[in-house]
Write a protein that binds this ligand. Sequence first.
Ligand SMILES: *Cc1c(COP(=O)(O)O)cnc(C)c1O
Length: 354
Amino acid sequence: MPRPIQARIDLSALEHNLQVARRASSSARIMAVIKAAAYGHGLLRAAEALKTADGFALLDIRDAVQLREAGLRQTILLLEGFFSADDLSLVAEYDLACVIHSPQQIAMLEAYPRRGGLQVWLKVNSGMNRLGFAPQEVPAVMERLNAHPAVRDITLMTHFSHADEAAGVAAQLEMFNALAAPYRLARSLANSAALLRYPATHADWVRPGIMLYGASPFPEVSAQQLGLRPAMTLHSEIISVRELDKGEHIGYGGQFRTETNMRVGVVACGYADGYPRHAATGAPVLVEGQRTRTLGRVSMDMMTVDLSGLPDAKIGSNVTLWGEGLPVEEVAYAAGTISYELLCALTVRVPTYS
Ligand SMILES: *Cc1c(COP(=O)(O)O)cnc(C)c1O
């Protein structure tokens, strides 16, 4: 038998969360963001569950090709566009839409002899200062793209830096709308946070990611309050139980010392499975559905949990690391990070099933 750790992917939760996105985004089309193996949920499985989306966005051209070969017919958008002339041949062959964010990409496109059919998503830097053209560069870029025989249509897009925080989207939204106004082109701005909080950002295409997987993009609002259901439940089992006396220590570095006699359980889950090592003592965990906490450091393959108050817990008891009954956001918070990182960090040695 393999180790008991597994991740269960709830396909109906993915479908449900897509409907939540659909209802919240008025008439905008939905570009489901499935980068990073669909935030750890599995590329093809997630795409199948989200098949009523209007498009799919990801980064790796090999994944995009895989989706086409699996029969997907919607728009497939490469969020960082193409990286080489070879990519451009695949883009044409598989009819992929491309973000264009740099002069180098435009030069590559101009050197490429193809005619007709390329869908461009022109990325504008409205304040994130990562990818994209400055607003004042857009007119010249538009001219070059419009003059190019291969460009079929252009969507203007931008990405928000503070949609999940108090600072919000106002300044970026205003800048983007001003530069987009002279063009009668489709527009796309909203990630999950903007989709849920700022209807003025919905425009023609919304780009939800994290909410589809049932996690909240906001630190102060839970997924449940947003009507979202967790799509991934990471679970394992207790593989050892021991009684410790007061004053004994647990795990590497002896970071946790018992203050009383204590019953502890060892769980088959460690940082090599993707559980965050930073979630030392106190991170929440469920044993047979009851909430308890981690003790001491997380090691590569194991972690220790507090079984005081859980007299029935034993070897083989079911442990939920996150997911149904335990929001991944809470575990992320205990580890000083965000749910996105935990979901994506699940390692290949953890079997997933649905
Ligand atoms: C990842 C990503 C998204 C999705 O963001 P969420 O916060 O997960 O909803 C949207 N747009 C772009 C450009 C992205 O890279």
